[in-house]
Design a protein. Structure first.
Length: 216
């Protein structure tokens, strides 16, 4: 019995260390992965309607970020859309509607997934907006759950899956549950960590001619 108890305690201690490692990995991602670019596939699962599961919505495109607070999502399929944070303004360009929405970035992105990905620079910075909980390793990834502290946040919870490597820590998955129970999974592939150069204006946006610009 003593041996079994000792083994159980050892297992619990190892699990605790593994969980702590997930927070360490997130800290390394925030501090050392200063920029990255990747391809992504996003799967959105809407809540059931009338007791019936709804068909998931799948989109894909390109993503890049550069700390602090600069990022670019380019949705290519099935509908083109561009989201750019230039550090001051969040631009959302709906190509089909020929419409651009511009908002103050800091106010729009607090307690959002982008705050976790691109805005925070260390764990203490992130913990001002999120409660962080390390979770067991799964699919070879280190997982951390982040719950927004703000009650009015449009997100219930986030789970980020991280993979340490020789070139740094890569974010491979991001799971999001919003305030309405909608679940989104972002899977990142062909990840390039801290690329040596960026194209001029990579994180800038200029509304195209004859496009309506809305500033709420």
């Amino acid at each position: 019995m003593k041996q079994l108890a000792a083994l159980a305690l050892a297992a619990l201690a190892w699990t605790g260390l593994a969980h702590a490692d997930s927070l360490d990995t997130l800290g390394q991602f925030l501090q050392n992965t200063r920029s990255a670019r990747a391809e992504f596939i996003q799967t959105v699962q809407l809540p059931p309607r009338d007791g019936q599961a709804q068909r998931p919505k799948i989109s894909s495109g390109l993503f890049s970020f550069q700390r602090p607070s600069r990022f670019r999502f380019e949705y290519q399929r099935p509908y083109p859309q561009v989201l750019v944070g230039d550090g001051t303004t969040l631009w959302v360009y709906d190509v089909d509607l020929a419409q651009v929405t511009a908002r103050a970035q800091e106010k729009a992105l607090a307690s959002t997934p982008v705050a976790l990905i691109a805005a925070a620079t260390d764990l203490a910075d992130l913990q001002r907006d999120f409660q962080l909980q390390a979770q067991p390793e799964q699919d070879g990834l280190h997982w951390v759950q982040a719950t927004p502290r703000a009650r009015e946040a449009g997100v219930q919870s986030l789970r980020v899956g991280l993979r340490p490597g020789e070139r740094g820590v890569a974010m491979e998955r991001l799971e999001i549950v919003d305030a309405l129970g909608q679940r989104s999974l972002l899977q990142f592939t062909r990840i390039e960590i801290n690329p040596p150069a960026w194209a001029p204006g990579a994180f800038q946006f200029t509304p195209p001619p004859k496009v309506e610009v809305i500033r709420p």
